[in-house]
Design a protein around this ligand. Structure first.
Ligand SMILES: [Mn+2]
Length: 352
């Protein structure tokens, strides 16, 4: 009797049709997807926001079996461990912006780490930590591969500038640092001289928005970013939202690598309760996983952030595990798992 190979030897096989249409149609991948090579970086960083605990996110996500489960579905996984960075003191606010030097320094290191993972030929997975880490993650990704498409899944737009921010928290600002179009609006903060904008507004799509400051709403319109707020998700359905997202991102016919920056607060708080800034009326589990499945099927997913899992926001242990489990499920979806099932291409049934 011949058994299936060990999980490490397996390749993911999909028996469904590709989800993306037109530009992303890749018929040769229909049944035998390539094995994914994944590089994980944990970023135990919390200074982009005021709540303690989000620095524990990477290890809470790992504790839900991320590495083993990815290997179980055929991925070659290298865990690079947690990013180390030093305490930056003193770190007085600049204007309203809190902890600019710490955020700048950690992101410089993260940018280098992500670039190294990309040069190793792996899809980068960055486990947060707060969402200010997207500055270094997207920057490092773009510095390794060139122009990227950025899909930002979040309840918030995180696009305040250092001058427009009502709170001073840097996890509400990363998109403004990343966009070429906002360069004239963003002063260079201490420990940010390494950083230059690397994303065009026309290559950014938001999904899941439902809590924007007036300043952010103005900024979105100013630079003309496409956003599918929860209103659009309700009106169109997540299938059409993802179709339109992929059409928009390749309108110019270029197959840019995709950077997915996934804030778990995009989900409804009933799905991901252990997060710092929950907002009612978010994505269902099914919608959130569909986003990952759809982008995986493009074959262009090149880096993924999963951020803002905070085990210390006063919820039960069960709530923490559920939230971290959803973070893991997003990543399994990003690397080929389909709810309709998968089997390895060399799978053999036992003979009678
Ligand atoms: Mn966010």
């Amino acid at each position: 009797m011949q058994r299936a190979k060990t999980p490490l030897q397996l390749l993911i096989t999909s028996t469904t049709r590709p989800l993306c249409h037109r530009h992303f149609h890749r018929p040769h991948l229909r049944h035998h997807q390539v094995a994914h090579s994944v590089g994980i970086i944990g970023v135990p960083f919390s200074k982009g926001q005021p709540r303690d605990g989000v620095q524990l996110g990477p290890d809470v996500i790992r504790a839900e079996g991320l590495v083993q489960k990815l290997r179980g579905q055929g991925c070659a996984v290298k865990d690079y461990g947690n990013l180390s960075y030093e305490e930056v003191l003193p770190d007085e606010p600049v204007g309203r912006v809190k902890h600019p030097r710490a955020v700048g320094d950690a992101n410089r290191r993260l940018s280098e780490a992500v670039r190294a993972v990309k040069r190793d030929g792996r899809t980068a997975v960055v486990l947060g930590g707060d969402h200010s880490l997207a500055i270094g993650s997207v920057h490092g990704h773009a510095s390794a591969v060139g122009d990227v498409s950025l899909v930002w899944v979040d309840a918030h737009a995180d696009i305040n500038t250092p001058l427009s921010t009502p709170t001073g928290n840097m996890h509400g600002q990363p998109a403004s640092y990343l966009l070429h179009e906002l360069r004239p609006k963003v002063p260079i903060l201490p420990n940010f001289s390494w950083m230059t904008p690397c994303v065009s507004a026309k290559h950014l799509v938001y999904i899941g928005l439902r809590d924007l400051d007036p300043e952010e709403h103005f900024l979105l319109n100013l630079v003309g970013v496409k956003s599918f707020s929860m209103t659009q998700v309700d009106a169109l359905g997540i299938g059409r939202v993802m179709e339109e997202t992929c059409d928009l991102l390749c309108k110019d016919g270029t197959r840019r690598p995709i950077h997915l920056s996934y804030d778990v607060d995009a989900f409804d708080p009933a799905v991901t309760p252990a997060t710092g800034t929950p907002v009612m009326g978010g994505l269902t589990y099914r919608e959130g996983v569909y986003i990952a499945e759809h982008l995986a099927n493009t074959g262009l997913l090149s880096a993924v952030d999963v951020v803002e899992v905070n085990p210390a926001v006063g919820v039960s242990e069960q709530d923490v595990q559920r939230t971290a489990g959803v973070a893991v499920d997003i990543l399994l979806g990003c690397f080929g798992r389909l709810r309709g099932g998968n089997h390895p291409p060399n799978f053999c049934l036992p003979d009678a």
